[in-house]
Design a protein. Structure first.
Length: 201
């Protein structure tokens, strides 16, 4: 089965209600906490170029969007959803990889984080370079945590003063940090090669 996976365009706002319904239905069927979103909020993400949509023909297959926090120091890939009839095709992984790359392209200095109860999402995140972290390493922006209020587990988060909940927190380094680390690693290799060459001579 073939899918079109791309950055959402203005005309994709027509799918906003359907996206919200999918998110809500997924939360009910899984019995886990997923913060609900309103169509207007989804439309804003689409209009700002901060969303990725997957289509099978003209039919909505999946979606994910970017949230920006703490003056662009953190971004989150949120609302990852795949329509039930299109699951088991590896679509979630493809959408997640596309939104991850979009996040790094648009916000190269931002760390990318997420909180999830989904083991499948955790596995995808791990392959993209995320690592489990404590909640204290995430943005402390009030607006982010207020977004958890519609989650049925919000009382657990409050009781623990935002230190823990049923979600697992994961964090990936910023694009610039990855580039700096790569440059450092290459520098070490070059020095090591020079030493070997010197010994040979």
């Amino acid at each position: 089965m073939e899918f079109t996976i791309r950055v959402a365009a203005a005309e994709d706002a027509a799918y906003a209600q359907q996206i919200c319904d999918l998110i809500k239905d997924s939360a009910k069927s899984r019995g886990t906490g997923i913060a609900e979103r309103e169509p207007a909020y989804i439309c804003t993400k689409i209009q700002n170029g901060n969303a990725v949509i997957a289509l099978q023909g003209e039919q909505l297959a999946g979606f994910c969007y970017i949230e920006v926090w703490s003056h662009d120091r953190y971004v989150a890939n949120s609302g990852l959803i795949v329509a039930p009839e299109f699951r088991r095709f590896g679509l979630a992984k493809q959408i997640k990889a596309r939104i991850f790359q979009l996040s790094r392209d648009k916000f190269p200095e931002a760390s990318i984080f997420g909180i999830t109860t989904s083991l499948a999402v955790m596995r995808i995140n791990s392959k993209l370079g995320y690592e489990p972290v404590t909640f204290s390493e995430l943005t402390q922006d009030e607006a982010f945590w207020n977004g958890c209020r519609s989650c049925p587990n919000f009382d657990i988060l409050e009781r623990n003063q935002r230190r823990m909940c049923l979600c697992t927190a994961m964090l990936a380094p910023a694009a610039v940090e990855v580039a700096e680390n790569m440059a450092t690693d290459l520098s070490d290799l070059i020095i090591a090669d020079e030493k070997v060459a010197g010994n040979i001579l």
